[in-house]
Design a protein around this ligand. Structure first.
Ligand code: ADP
Ligand code: ASP
Ligand code: MG
Length: 451
């Protein structure tokens, strides 16, 4: 048995959580590679330090040092402490140097991913020393050392699977065979020039799946702060339940459309090799959690789970030529999605093309659409809309499902702004105003999941 165990920010976020994480790693004796996120809040702080606030570098490094020391004091043995302190200082000074470069340089994008990936280097080092203090043969390994090859735009990279697999067979597999426990940095890989490239926020889940693919793991375990993949975000719906078995497609749809418990791309590499992904709670390890794998029929319930994605806007492009010029739709969409802007839904009519994009991209999208002055009569933007993704097994084969779902929307007095149905057999996506979105999710859950 060989597995990859990934621990998220909360699971390494305090001395107590780190001790639980170490307990869990030590409770197995199979071959295991551990992947960690930065301690909770650290990635946000790294992104902030690059922002306008201009926190003084030494003061910031002092804060980071203290956060890690608070954990290490309770978990690292006296014998190993000097070695830990030396390596922690080395990593902190590397970060200080990078922040200086970032602040001086014109081409800041070059350093952005390096700075934001730094938290994982500190948490992995700390967990490795805690495990060594408890007798495990743990070794901290960065994505550079392991050879996680990545490509794509800054802040939104993807792993290059064949190259990563070849590297991991050389770097990590021999360690596993020798009984060592590699403690690896999640969240980023290395581009073809050797520079860190992050996989997007929450990307450590994807790192774990990529590593699972590369080392031919039998299982990838995502250890987090809730009891598995649930029927809704438990922060939004109090009665949300753990889904014990889930199909790859269901998890992928929900993750893409807002279920933060998994990074949207986690399923891809796992599915390719048929690796089972398990979601478990670090704070309740005996709980069953969720097993995500290939299922022929997952359930007879109308709905399995509902996800919510906020912070979106609908951009509508009006042109009487839309229907007569099929290539216009393609070109407009290309312009909208340039620069890596994600289009979450598309809908067309005789003379309109409506797309859902992140609010943060609206300004750039509208600027790019100015290039269509000749063909486009008007552009409107509806801000503050949310996308709701309702997933049920074979949902669209069932008669009357849409009517039931929209009845729930009407119950709370929400207005459907855009619908995307039929593209997937298991999901129905629609958008409502941001202020009503939570109510809609709760009502859907109440009517069709927690009956
Ligand atoms: P980690 O730091 O372990 O990666 P995240 O905060 O990224 O944890 O993801 C876990 C959080 O995802 C939970 O605390 C929960 O609020 C949220 N979440 C959203 N949708 C779901 C869902 N369907 N099931 C479980 N958790 C969900
Ligand atoms: N630390 C990164 C983030 O906060 C990656 C992760 O937690 O998965 O986005
Ligand atoms: Mg996460």
């Amino acid at each position: 048995m060989r597995k990859v165990m990934k621990f998220g920010g909360t699971s390494v976020g305090s001395a107590e959580a780190m001790a639980r994480t170490a307990d869990i790693v030590l409770s197995y004796d199979c071959q295991r590679a551990v992947v960690v996120s930065a301690m909770a809040g650290v990635t946000n702080s790294l992104i902030e330090v690059m922002g306008e606030g201009r926190r003084e570098v030494q003061e910031y490094l002092g804060w980071l040092r203290q956060r890690h020391l608070d954990v290490a004091m309770k978990g690292v043995s006296k014998e190993l402490m000097p070695d830990y302190l030396e390596q922690l200082e080395h990593r902190l000074s590397g970060l200080g140097h990078l922040i200086h470069l970032y602040r001086q340089d014109e081409d800041r994008i070059m350093y952005q991913d390096a700075v934001s990936s730094w938290g994982e280097r500190l948490s992995s080092l700390t967990l490795a020393f805690i495990l060594r203090s408890r007798g495990a043969d743990a070794v901290a390994l960065t994505s550079e050392e392991a050879g996680i090859a990545a490509t794509g735009p800054p802040g939104n990279g993807s792993a290059v699977l064949p190259a990563t697999e070849a590297n991991l067979k050389r770097t990590v597999v021999p360690l596993l065979r020798e009984g060592k426990v590699p403690i690896m940095t999640g969240y980023y890989g290395v581009d073809d020039r050797g520079r860190p490239l992050t996989f997007g926020r929450g990307g450590s889940d994807y790192s774990a799946a990529v590593i699972g693919y590369g080392v031919d793991a039998d299982a990838v375990e995502i250890w987090t702060d809730v009891d598995g993949f649930m029927s809704a975000d438990p922060r939004v719906v109090k009665g949300a339940r753990t889904i014990t078995e889930m199909d790859y497609e269901e998890a992928a749809e929900l993750a893409y459309f807002g279920a933060k418990v998994l990074h949207p791309r986690t399923i891809e590499p796992a599915k390719r090799k048929g690796v089972v992904v398990t979601v478990k709670n670090t704070f309740n390890p005996s709980g069953q959690g969720t097993r995500i794998h290939r299922l022929s029929r997952s359930s007879d319930d109308l709905l399995r789970s509902v996800a919510l994605k906020t912070g979106l806007a609908i951009v509508k492009v009006y042109s009487s030529e839309v229907v007569y010029q099929p290539e216009l739709v393609a070109r407009v969409l290309e312009a909208i999605s340039a620069d890596g802007t994600t289009v979450y839904a598309v809908s067309t009519s005789l003379s309109t093309l409506a797309v859902a994009v992140p609010s943060a991209s609206v300004e750039d999208v509208c600027a790019r659409l100015k290039g269509f002055r000749e063909q486009v009569e008007a552009i409107t933007v509806k801000e503050d809309v949310a996308l709701i993704c309702a997933v049920g097994d074979g949902m669209l084969e069932r008669c009357g499902v849409s009517a039931k779902i929209f009845a729930a929307v009407a119950d709370v007095g929400a207005n459907v702004e855009l619908i995307s149905e039929g593209a997937s057999d298991i999901a129905l996506n629609f958008m409502v105003g941001g202020s009503k979105a939570i109510e809609v999710v709760r009502r859907l859950h109440e009517l069709y999941i927690s009956k």
